[in-house]
Ligand binder design. Sequence first.
Ligand SMILES: [Zn+2]
Length: 141
Amino acid sequence: MSQLRNFRIEDNKSLLGAIIKPRESNVPAHLFWDPILSDGVEVKCTLHHSQLTRLGRWTSASGRNTVRQLWHVGRNCLLISGLYLCKKCGHDSLHLAHDGKILQQLPSSVEVPFETFHKSGATKEIIDLIVGGIKNGEYCL
Ligand SMILES: [Zn+2]
């Protein structure tokens, strides 16, 4: 199925040379991520295997634990993650809710709407769009 259905063509021009813009997305400009709060799951410190607890704070625009920008269809999105505390690690080594080691612990019932990479990330929506387009031969890289 064509991934182009997710887009609209400006001014009813033909596909060649047209301005193609994404249709409305369900992903907000700010994505708050805290699976302990939203799904009631338990996650553990991978170093100490002790249960992590919510600190009640979020990543912020500055400081050591900053928000993550996610690539998204049509615009980028800011991932704002909950901060988790391991009593043995202490407040100097807070855990980010979007950390890959935490995401790996989540049950399959928790849908993670993004993927994170070393210093970047992308929503599942844009990953599905790109992968689907490549599989369908719609994109040439
Ligand atoms: Zn720890």
